[in-house]
Structure formats: structure tokens, C-alpha cells
Design a protein around this ligand. Structure first.
Ligand SMILES: Cc1ncc(COP(=O)(O)O)c(C=O)c1O
Length: 361
């Protein structure tokens, strides 16, 4: 079977020197030296005040809780309204709901498959929006400068869900724009389970650190342990080599599929650190059927994020939807995630592409 995704994580031997440091320090939790060092390394990568958390879902929730909506929303019957694209993983919506806000679901742009600032601007002109959560869909970064411009112009805070885009998504530029990353094992840079919040200001970073450690209204326990930091630090040393491996797979796919002009790929990654490979099939070819056919031939595919938020029964009556969802509906039918990981061989990729061509013949 050709697996959909095999994480490229550090081996036990690679993590061992960091675990030995934990043995020596005898500090395991609550902001020990490895977490502090990992946050310094992350801060160098994000160029923004960065706080580690237990996962990205909690990171998103805590940023929303740390925002002050009192000027626009009274709470209770008048909850803060957070605009989010339907094309995202359910975690984005869960974070919004768990922060006591209402998800307002929007369609995405036909070219980028993301919520764009121009779309958010039009929506915010016709209804109250208290915050926007753009999503770096499938790991492809959003345009930071444009979102900073949106926030400056409208005064609306922006919380970028860049769960799958650490090392791809730029951060900073405004005290009103915050970026949340996942360090899940399936991401380009992982620590097993974890997240990082790159904050627009030191004040926001301090608030997130407090909320993640039982301090203040809405607080919880979302701290990262020394063990997770050990894995994240070990993985940091492998990113350059991992990048080479990812690009080898990415380039092999493009070379094999580029001749089929009916297929549409997502924007080029800015730095090439992709973790997924979604392909838009021609209209009339349903991704669910093609995935079944591929599996019959031993190839695992996935309709990533699906069902999209506007199709999730669990959000009925909880989320507000801005219809129509023309682009999201089209992606829902025809977007297929092909196997993508650094253990794929050239022969595997050739087999996947040949089978896909046969499905589309
Ligand atoms: C877009 C998006 N948001 C949020 C998350 C949640 O991340 P985590 O598993 O770290 O909570 C994911 C997970 O893959 C995701 O893809």
C-alpha cells in the first residue's frame, strides 16, 4: 500500500541528546530550559514574540480569548462574530466556538482556495465582524502584508490559522495580527503534539502565556512539556535536509502531472516546505470516487479537511453561513489529496500518477 502520509520525525537517537539534558536539569514541565530554548528558536523563525502551546487548536482559542471584544460585543446574547473560510479543518471552528464566539463561514477565492482580505472587507461592510481567522489552507501561506493592511484599515483583529505552514507563513507587522502554528507530527516542523503562537505584540504573548497556564478568565492548561520541546529542538536540526526531501517529492509530482492541463494545483509554496499535495480534478470527476478507485489499487488518498465547515452537521445552528459557497462546493466535489511524504520513492510517485491518469481517462 502507498501510504497517504508518513511523518518525517526525528529518530530516538536524534532526540536522545535533548532527553539527556532533561535528565540533567530534572525539570519536566512549566516553562523549563528546553521550552525556553525552543521558543527562542521559534522566535528566530517567526520574527515575532512566540509562545509554545499544547496544540494549535488551543492556541487559536487562546488568542481569541485574549482579544478584547467589549467595544463591539456585549457577550451573552451578542457573541463576538469571527469570520472564517469554510475550507479549513474543523479545528478552526472548534477554537472559535470554544472561545465563546460565533463562526461566520465564508466562501474562498477560486484561485488561492483561501479567504482573501478583499472578500473579508466586502463582508465586513454588510455585517458586524469582530475578528477574522484567515486560513493558510493546505499549508499554503496567506499574504501577511495584505492582512496587515486589512486590519489597519478596518480595526478588525486578524488571527491567522497557519496550522500547517510553520516556516512558510510570515508573521508580525501589526499588533493586531497574530499567527498560530501546529507542531503536530504531520507538519513540516513537528514535536509530536504542540503549537506555537506568533503574537503581534509582547503584550499579547504575555496574555497567551498566562491563559495557557491557568491565569485569568477563560484560562486553561495549554503548556508544552520539556519532552515535546526536546523533539521540536531535535527536528529543528533536520529542517534543511527535510526540505530537500520534500522538494524531491514535490518536483517529481509536478514533472509527472504537469502535462495534464486539466489538473489544477495550489499556488507554489513560497519556500517549498509543503506537507500536503491537493489536486483539483476536472469538473465531473468526483474526488470521493477517484479516492475509492485509487484505494482499490493500494493507493491511499484523502479529501483533506472534509466535510468543509459549511457541510458539517455538528456546526448546524452554531455557525452562520454566508451563501452561496460556490468555490467551496466545487472544491468539496473535486479536490483530492494525493500521497505526499518524504518516504515516497520515484516508483511510488510514478504509480500514483499513472493510476490517477487512468482514473481520469
Ligand atoms: C487548518 C488547521 N487548523 C488547525 C489545526 C489543528 O492543529 P492541532 O492538531 O495542532 O490542534 C489543523 C490540524 O491539522 C489544521 O489543519
Amino acid at each position: 500500500v502507498i501510504k497517504l502520509l508518513i511523518p518525517d520525525m526525528p529518530t530516538a537517537d536524534e532526540v536522545l541528546p535533548f532527553l539527556r539534558r532533561i535528565d540533567a536539569n530534572r525539570q519536566y514541565v512549566n516553562g523549563g530550559p528546553l521550552v525556553a530554548e525552543f521558543e527562542r528558536v521559534l522566535r528566530n523563525a517567526t520574527c515575532a514574540p512566540t509562545v509554545t502551546v499544547a496544540n494549535a487548536t488551543l492556541g487559536l482559542e487562546l488568542v481569541l480569548k485574549a482579544l478584547d471584544f467589549s467595544a463591539t460585543s456585549t457577550g451573552l446574547d451578542d457573541l463576538p462574530r469571527v469570520l472564517v473560510p469554510s475550507v479549513t479543518y474543523v479545528a478552526s471552528a472548534l477554537a472559535i466556538v470554544n472561545a465563546g464566539c460565533i463562526p461566520i463561514l465564508a466562501d474562498v477565492d477560486a484561485h488561492t482556495w483561501k479567504l482573501e482580505p478583499s472578500m473579508a472587507r466586502s463582508i465586513a461592510m454588510t455585517q458586524r465582524i469582530d475578528a477574522v481567522m484567515p486560513v493558510a489552507a493546505f499549508g499554503s501561506p496567506v499574504d501577511l502584508a495584505e492582512w496587515v493592511g486589512f486590519s489597519k484599515e478596518t480595526g478588525i483583529p486578524v488571527v491567522i490559522d497557519a496550522a500547517g505552514a510553520l516556516t512558510e507563513q510570515d508573521c508580525g507587522g501589526s499588533p493586531n495580527v497574530h499567527v498560530v502554528f501546529s507542531l503536530h507530527a504531520t507538519k513540516f516542523w513537528g514535536c509530536g503534539e504542540g503549537g506555537a503562537v506568533a503574537c503581534g505584540s509582547q503584550d499579547m504573548a504575555d496574555r497567551i502565556r498566562g491563559l495557557a497556564c491557568f491565569a485569568g478568565p477563560g484560562a486553561t492548561n495549554a503548556k508544552m512539556s520539556e519532552y515535546h520541546a526536546a523533539v521540536g529542538l531535535a527536528d529543528a536540526l533536520r529542517l534543511a535536509a527535510k526540505h530537500e526531501r520534500v522538494m524531491r517529492v514535490y518536483d517529481a509530482y509536478l514533472e509527472a502531472l504537469n502535462d495534464d492541463h486539466r489538473l489544477v494545483f495550489q499556488d507554489e509554496p513560497t519556500r517549498g516546505n509543503y506537507t500536503l499535495f491537493p489536486v483539483l480534478l476536472p469538473a465531473g470527476y468526483y474526488a470521493a470516487r477517484v479516492a475509492d478507485e485509487m484505494l482499490k489499487h493500494g493507493i491511499e488518498c484523502r479529501q483533506w479537511y472534509q466535510p468543509f465547515l459549511h457541510e458539517r452537521p455538528s456546526l448546524d445552528g452554531i455557525a452562520n453561513m454566508i451563501r452561496p459557497m460556490v468555490v467551496a462546493d466545487g472544491l468539496s466535489d473535486c479536490l483530492l489529496g494525493l500521497p505526499f511524504h518524504t518516504s515516497l520513492t520515484a516508483a511510488d510517485i510514478a504509480q500514483v500518477c499513472a493510476r490517477l491518469s487512468a482514473c481520469l481517462a
